[in-house]
Design a protein around this ligand. Sequence first.
Ligand SMILES: Cc1cc2nc3c(=O)[nH]c(=O)nc-3n(C[C@H](O)[C@H](O)[C@H](O)COP(=O)(O)O)c2cc1C
Length: 166
Amino acid sequence: MSEILNRVSADSFLETPIPEESLQNILNAGRIAPSAKNRQPWRFIVLRDPLLKEKIKDSAYGDERFSQAPVAIAACTTNIGYRMPNGELSYPVDLSFAISFMMLQAEHEGLGSSVITTYREDEIKKILTIPYSMKVLMMLLIGKTEKNGDREIRLPMDRVVSFDHW
Ligand SMILES: Cc1cc2nc3c(=O)[nH]c(=O)nc-3n(C[C@H](O)[C@H](O)[C@H](O)COP(=O)(O)O)c2cc1C
């Protein structure tokens, strides 16, 4: 699938607005992503206001991409306690699926994206009035890009896959 093969994290964005239909398609891709027991423990806060993005940028150690990207999405939890049958917390997994779907849809729309986790979460929660008990698991920046960076090297197949035993 070309979206998977071509996607790379954007190092920079153009400030050009993105089409509303593309944004809706991206948000819908996250909305319909799978989650444990279909609990959908997420709230996606879409940020387009330049002043708001500037505030978030300050909490993200001045990452310029918050000024550049026309859209930033804060991927938040609505439940943090639920564990899957294997004992692991479900929200990091659930939200990661949703964000992955959004990234691939963004690629499909001809847009770049970048996951950001380098921020002071407590400050972002205050700015976006997120309840104290909830979390901002990651931010996703979306926008047009001038050029894609090179693909970062991945481990070879035989290092990451084995058959029938470890
Ligand atoms: C869970 C997660 C957290 C990440 N956090 C950041 C981040 O805080 N800042 C950043 O610039 N990139 C961040 N990234 C992007 C990764 O560095 C990037 O995906 C990785 O280097 C592979 O490059 P590629 O996305 O271009 O294939 C994050 C990616 C993931 C999946």
